[in-house]
Ligand binder design. Structure first.
Ligand code: HXC
Length: 514
């Protein structure tokens, strides 16, 4: 065969492989409001940057008449490309081919691109759209999942791993996304659960729809399994690209800096926070008041909203912001918010992203419900994550910093590098009301006018302890600052910390309370 004929033959083979599951299956995919696997890859990557590998891989199964079936690419597309000119590894399960089900060769392809990502130190993006373990391939399918989970774990903390759920992701398949750093879901398209509605009905006798069981909203608002929620696939792809602008390509480097500009004028820090500690406000406005261009990408926006976590920049450098949200449950720490913050802090620490903590909270949430749910071990995650983190750690106390919350929110005692407090800060074991009722109980009860005495004692306690100056007098706070100075002071603290080095005790790894 001449070279030209060889080339024509190759092109023909490619053309056939590119058909995926065929016209009918592609039409069915579109009818479900879903893009095809290739369209998704094209939409995420820079134009014409995709290079595909293993296009001609076929399944090797023989049972259940499988030897008579051809699955193009074995139901998954893998390759490399660029996003904003930077290389990434990517795979997308192709639901049009055998429902994107995962057999031996399908899993090998995913493992291959994961190995590349880890070796080359570039982010991995995985698009999930699959009926799960390919039933005809039995234990080979299960082995394939195991191989992927192992690689997810090896890559954890080395390269950013992003999972995009754009279809079913059921059974054990959910554990690959769960082992990655960020999970993206799309309304009405993402379906993620361990056991489907049929099993729930059989085992528990309960009728529940797929959407109620594991739809995008469920995982964004209730379970916390998802980090980014979008209404359309296109919006989801924009979120992926936006997130990547904040991330370093691996744990060996820092995130790319962007030229710093100033926050937008509408985020006037003086006007955001009421001096009255009982008045709520949106702490995200404070973040926008200190971040470059007021640009803030919130992570897990709808889950445990009593704490806010996400990425912004200060002086061009990516920053992980962690902030109590006084607008929701006064910004308390509870099981879910501790879990959310702890994981985010560990991500930032693994990827060289400095942490800025904005504190205004009355402590951990009391009550039997929280105790039974394990607020002790969940709450400990925040203490562990901050203590363990060696990236620059800066705290600004805006108003309340009570009790265990004061310690947990990156206090000096957990080795914060810089502790700043606004003059409105109240640093104490508990709020003045609670404190006065306990320590002056006898005096209040025996007083002629208990209510008046109580008020006087609350005022006395507030005067004495509910301010930043006692903590500042002991060096626990480095500087009491004017709110308006916050951004300027943070810029300086970040600059000063840029070569921070910390020696940690030799160990294989710690045992965090998870
Ligand atoms: C083999 C599968 C498959 C599977 C789907 N298909 N799932 N083939 N193994 N797991 C095939 C279908 O036979 C069909 O082939 C094509 O994919 C499209 O599927 P449909 O059912 O027509 O699509 P739809 O109606 O949209 O339903 C999608 C679905 C359903 C909800 C995902 O297919 C389904 O329930 N599949 C089984 C899900 C499941 O139980 N998986 C195992 C999970 S346990 P044809 O030839 O007709 O087009 C698991 C264990 C992993 O994953 C453990 C790891 C540790």
């Amino acid at each position: 065969m001449s070279l030209k004929r060889n080339v024509l033959d190759l092109r023909k083979r490619k053309e056939i492989a590119l058909q995926g599951g065929g016209e009918e299956a592609i039409k069915k995919q579109a009818a479900m409001g879903k893009l095809t696997a290739r369209e998704r890859i094209e939409a995420i990557l820079d134009k014409n940057s995709f290079h595909e590998y293993d296009m001609f891989v076929e399944h090797q199964a023989k049972d259940f008449d499988m030897d008579k079936k051809v699955f193009h690419g074995d139901g998954v597309i893998i390759g490399t490309g660029t996003i904003y000119g930077e290389p990434v590894c990517i795979y997308a399960q192709d639901f049009t081919v055998a429902g994107g089900s995962l057999g031996l060769m399908h899993a090998r392809k995913i493992s291959k691109i994961m190995d590349h990502a880890l070796k080359m130190h570039v982010p991995l993006i995985g698009i999930n759209d699959s009926g799960g373990a390919r039933i005809q391939e039995g234990v080979d399918s299960l082995a394939g999942y195991g191989d992927i989970f192992f690689r997810n774990t090896q890559a954890s903390g080395v390269i950013p791993q992003l999972s995009v759920i754009l279809g079913p992701c059921a059974g054990g398949a959910v554990y690959s996304p769960a082992l990655t750093d960020f999970v993206f879901v799309v309304d009405n398209i993402s379906k993620m659960f361990i056991t489907g509605p049929e099993v729930v009905k059989t085992v528990l006798g309960e009728e529940i729809s797929m959407e109620e069981l594991g739809g995008a909203r469920v995982h964004s608002e209730i379970s916390g399994n998802a980090h980014f929620f979008a209404l359309t696939e296109q919006e989801c792809f924009e979120q992926i690209k936006k997130l990547l602008t904040f991330l370093p390509w691996s744990n060996r480097v820092k995130a790319r800096p962007f030229p710093p500009r100033n926050p937008r004028a509408e985020y006037n820090i003086e006007k955001i926070v009421p001096a009255d500690p009982t008045q709520p406000y949106d702490v995200r406005d404070v973040i926008r008041a200190v971040a470059d261009d007021s640009d803030f990408l919130e992570v897990q926006q709808a889950f445990a909203p009593n704490i806010v976590v996400g990425f912004g920049r200060i002086h061009g450098e990516t920053i992980g912001f962690v902030a109590n949200q006084p607008r929701v449950m006064a910004g308390v720490l509870d099981c879910d918010s501790s879990d959310k913050a702890g994981r985010f802090i560990r991500f930032c620490d693994a990827f060289n992203i400095p942490l800025v903590t904005l504190e205004d909270m009355p402590g951990y949430l009391p009550g039997a419900e929280q105790e039974y749910a394990g607020v002790i071990r969940h709450g400990a995650k925040v203490l562990y994550a901050y203590s363990e983190a060696t990236v620059p750690k800066i705290t600004v106390i805006l108003r309340k910093a009570y009790g265990g919350g004061y310690i947990a929110m990156n206090s000096r005692h957990l080795k914060a590098d810089f502790m700043f407090a606004w003059p409105t800060a109240e640093i104490a074991v508990m709020g003045p009301e609670g404190a006065a009722n306990i320590i002056f109980r006898k005096e209040i009860l025996s007083a002629e006018n208990p209510e008046e005495t109580r008020k006087a004692k609350v005022a006395e306690y507030r005067e004495k302890f509910a301010n930043p100056y006692v903590a500042a007098s002991k060096g626990y706070i480095d500087s009491v600052i004017e709110p308006e100075e916050t951004r300027k002071i943070l810029i300086h603290a970040i600059e000063v910390s840029s070569n921070k080095t910390v020696m940690t005790p030799a160990k294989k790894h710690g045992i965090p309370p998870f």
